[in-house]
Ligand binder design. Sequence first.
Ligand code: ZN
Length: 344
Amino acid sequence: MLTPTVRKGASLLLYPLLLGGALLLWSSLWLGVGWDADMSMQLVYWLFLALLVVLERLLPFEPAWNRNDGQLRNDIVLSIVTIALNSLATIVCLGAIAWAIARIEPLVSLQVWPAHWPLYVQIVPGIVLWDLGNHLAHRWAHKVPLLWRFHSVHHSAPRLSVINAGRFHPIDIVKSVVIGSPIPILLGVPAEIAEWYAALYLFGGILTHANIDLRCTFFSRFINTPDLHRWHHSPHREETDTNYGEVTVAWDRVFGSYVFHPRGARRNLGLGYTVPVSRHLIEAIWQPLTPTGHRAGPENRIVSLPEGVTAIADIELAALLAATAPAHGPERAADPVHGMHAKP
Ligand SMILES: [Zn+2]
């Protein structure tokens, strides 16, 4: 067990050490040793994941989130699908855009990025530009009901952990690649910057889900952190419709969706009772594709944990979920246009 002093020191130092360490190891393998950038990224990712799983046990932000929420198998299956589909969709999408640029004259004229400038000058604006497409894809996933029915599978998780960082509906993944990729490629941002963005997206993204007590106040003003992302997973719409940036918070600041609570922490997450995502994997994947959308009954829907979950951490989570399910009242009426349930 860690002493309070060690725990506080670790909380302050760990976030920059973890993110910086992963980036340093990956870039050393790529640029120093000469390994393939993508292969090095995958290797470092799995090592990073293993380290974060251990740290979630040693230094948890919310101890109750380390308990089985009944979604472990779904989280793992959806994460494997996400990894495979994201790679495939990226290859297809980038190939299609490159093919179009080579053959369609007006697209060539869009290649206005100053790629001849030194890389250290291009890298920050390049990363911010790459984040624009993903910001828009994420924002629209919340604002467009047809897209929210797929993205709500990710938000249905009642806890945050590195295990469910890749919990996405397959359609949600393809949508993010298709919307997120064209802007920087059409403008001519170099491939090296795409690699740096991908590394930040991967290593920073899994950290935003990590159930580790990380103090990120300084970094939350510039990049997406666990502090910001826990509010994004709130069961309340005014809190979840914020902080859409995948790597930076630049576009949230531009579009007014940046929200930071330096002294607060959200510990109950999920969809409330407004989108009845099923606990069963096949139903969770299939139902959004039907005209009716998600329609799990009270007995098999995924529910949020109540406030103050730390104080009741000794109670078995499954029993807790079963006991609290009927107490939250009826869900909202189905959206007559899109056949899905509106968020609160
Ligand atoms: Zn979201």
